[in-house]
Design a binder for this molecule. Structure first.
Ligand code: HAM
Length: 463
């Protein structure tokens, strides 16, 4: 017996109410959508409520855009490898405490942006909002400090932050990042910044600024913090609620606040760079000299404190004027205390991450490599289709990009399809041609045609 389920939806009066009764078994998931759409096409507008939409701020990367992404990811891997970095793949979720302890409990990311959920055993897990914490955890857990080939690591993958979505700001976004362990040398800082700069400029991005600052050693902070809090207290009435709250818990973040009133109020705030130890001053000087030697332009920004608490000494951000409010393309810095904080030995480190959605928005069309020409096999009739399948396979084995129509359409429709796909040549396998042991090769640009023996088609097209 078929069970019927009544589905009450808002519907235009002119359509019959009977149309809304469907077998219950089919009113689940995709099947329900297909059944209802096919039988109730005049009501398609009402059916919108059956559609499952993607989540706000979480984007599909459609075939149209994926070439752009492939170009960016290939450049990321190529550049990182050129600089001696090896790929690491860490999980997209970790125990929540990892992020709270590394990024900082009073940062925006940890306070309001993490996707945290309870696992079945009651433990708290979080989708990674960034990858540095996970890479450091893996570095400690797998004793990578003892492996000379594992000191320079890179990654490409999705990150998750519950931010207000807008152009260039998503809730699932992708980063290419690098982490360089074990060296305190300013040249390690220069190396990762130069990698970042070469990656972005190599893709043809223009109008970029590398902003640079030093946050000093951890021991420089308490003295500066005292001076800064005193200064901020005098300005308290002029600051936004967030900054007033942060004034005691994380006063450096007040300098990074984007609210115009806060920026004006703190325009003459004491600078951390005036409170650096001789070691930090010397480190910073060597970093700036190293960048100058390599011809990498930078500008000093004493307010650049970054939104993550693990940084020490060098911090940097590459910004652009071409992205509106979300102007940071990539950012990073040194984090000499993090490995120890997470239970490892005292290991210095420096790294960065680039937001790939932002790179994709800025990528000039010329950066996309032209694809290899496409050959399309248009066969009709069962013998021709069988021969077509063999030629198709032969072309692909010879490294030629080849495609065919598997729907048994007419020649006219197959030629139209080949044209839409941008095929440069169509191999026409009609029954008459095949009976004569030949195929017609049609040049889709000049429309010229030539007849070629079947056993020479692959050879003729792979030249
Ligand atoms: P971050 O500044 O939080 O640093 O993120 C780096 C980059 O990721 C940003 O400059 C931006 O391009 C991109 N990004 C961040 N949030 C979003 C978002 N919601 N939508 C789109 N893109 C976004 C870090 O993540 C550190 N782990 C970098 C690092 C590595 N420091 C040392 N090593």
């Amino acid at each position: 017996m078929t069970t019927f389920l009544r589905v009450d939806l808002p519907y235009p009066r002119r359509y019959s109410r009977r149309a809304w009764y469907r077998p219950a078994a089919s009113v689940t998931g995709l099947q329900a959508k297909v059944d209802l759409t096919s039988s109730l096409s005049p009501l398609a507008s009402c059916l919108g409520i059956f559609m499952i939409h993607g989540i706000k701020g979480v984007k599909d990367i459609l075939p149209e855009e994926s070439r752009r992404w492939q170009a960016i990811e290939a450049a990321a891997r190529r550049t990182a490898t050129l600089f001696g970095f090896q790929e690491i793949r860490v999980p997209i979720f970790e125990v929540t405490e990892l992020f709270a302890r590394s990024i900082g409990a009073t940062t925006d990311i940890v306070e309001k942006e993490m996707y945290t959920f309870q696992d079945r055993d009651g433990s708290s897990l979080t989708l990674r909002p960034e990858a540095t914490a996970g890479v450091v955890r893996a570095y400690i857990e797998h004793s990578l400090s003892g492996q000379p080939t594992s000191q320079k690591l890179f990654y490409v993958g999705p990150m998750f932050r519950h931010e207000r979505p807008q152009a260039g700001r998503l809730r699932q976004f992708h980063q290419f990042g690098v982490e360089s362990f074990s060296s305190t040398s300013p040249y390690a800082d220069v190396e990762v910044m130069s990698l970042l700069w070469r990656f972005l400029t190599g893709l043809g991005l223009t109008g970029l600024t590398l902003e640079l600052n030093s946050l000093g050693e951890a021991s420089d902070r308490p003295g500066y913090r005292r001076v800064l809090v005193e200064y901020l207290k005098a300005k308290e009435g002029l600051l936004c609620g967030n900054c007033r709250r942060r004034m005691e818990s994380n006063p450096l973040r007040v300098l990074d606040c984007k609210v115009p009133e806060c920026r004006t109020a703190t325009a003459d705030a004491p600078k951390l760079t005036d409170h650096l130890s001789p070691f930090a001053q010397d480190h910073f000087r060597q970093v700036t000299e190293g960048l100058t030697d390599l011809g990498i332009p930078f500008s000093l920004n004493p307010r650049l404190v970054r939104g993550l608490d693990y940084y020490t000494l060098t911090t940097f951000e590459v910004t652009t004027g071409n992205l509106g409010a979300q102007n940071a393309v990539g950012a990073g810095g040194r984090y000499d205390g993090l490995v120890k904080t997470l239970g490892g030995s005292d290991t210095p480190a420096v790294g960065f991450a680039v937001g790939l959605e932002r790179v994709a928005l800025l990528l000039p069309e010329q950066a996309l490599q032209a694809q290899n020409p496409l050959v399309f096999i248009a066969a009709f009739g069962s013998t021709s289709t069988k021969i077509g399948a063999r030629i198709l396979d032969g072309l692909r084995a010879a490294g030629v990009r080849a495609e065919s129509d598997l729907r048994g359409a007419s020649l006219k429709s197959q030629l139209r399809h080949a044209d839409r796909l941008g095929a440069s040549t169509v191999v026409i396998l009609g029954e008459d041609e095949v009976a004569q042991g030949a195929a017609v090769l049609r040049n889709m640009t000049t429309k010229e045609q030539q007849t070629v023996p079947l056993d020479r088609v692959v050879e003729a097209l792979s030249k």
